[in-house]
Design a protein around this ligand. Structure first.
Ligand code: COA
Length: 166
């Protein structure tokens, strides 16, 4: 079985991945709003950062600007990727993949063995990213999304032990 590929952001040497804080939320919400048809309210991100003990939340930052964000939920020994988005101006430069690999490695260090997520059936770009990191499709939730009743494809990565590092 292949290892999960290493990721890089070679053209963004100042990129730094760190935990999301309350101070990031204005920029995080702005990225969320331009990225999703059903964005989360500010209060949801606030809950993740301040109150949800299961939440694992990360941002990719460069020169004080948040370029990408991700929230996951640690459920026993699994990581549920709840949301991930890169600012539209910075997509296609390896940031999303790098952020997700960072979160997966961190989860693995906490004893997580498996990661899973839902993705819109029509979101080919995200599915390609997930497949590239080793996620496989293993289910479908029909009409899952409230706005257009699009199906969700369930994807999972069943062996975080294969992670190589960033
Ligand atoms: C999905 C998303 C987070 C990817 O972030 P990104 O920073 O652009 O992704 P990366 O540059 O790290 O690309 C990772 C992989 O995704 C795929 N990918 C990225 N952009 C792509 C594009 N325009 N077309 C096809 N594949 C693409 C490729 O497989 C790429 O790997 P490669 O460069 O080795 O081929 C970003 O497109 C986004 O924010 N989309 C809107 C929100 C969203 O759909 N989130 C996922 C919800 S499940």
């Amino acid at each position: 079985m292949n290892s999960i590929p290493q990721t890089s952001s070679g053209d963004l040497p100042g990129l730094h991945i760190r935990k999301m804080t309350e101070d990031d939320l204005e920029q995080v919400v702005a990225i969320d709003q331009v990225s999703f048809t059903l964005p989360w309210p500010l209060s949801s991100f606030h809950f993740e950062v301040k109150d949800n003990l299961s939440s694992r939340h990360w941002v990719a930052e460069m020169d004080g600007r948040i370029l990408a964000m991700m929230v996951g939920w640690l459920i026993v020994d699994e990581l549920h990727v709840a949301t991930i988005a890169t600012h539209p101006d910075y997509r296609g430069r390896g940031i999303g993949a790098r952020l997700l690999v960072h979160a997966l490695i961190s989860a693995r260090q906490e004893g997580v063995g498996r990661a899973f997520l839902e993705v819109r059936e029509g979101n080919a770009v995200a599915m390609k990213m997930y497949r590239g990191l080793g996620f496989v499709e293993d289910g479908r939730r029909e009409g899952y999304y409230a706005d257009n009743h699009e199906d969700a494809i369930l994807m999972s990565l069943n062996d975080l032990g294969r992670l190589q590092g960033e």
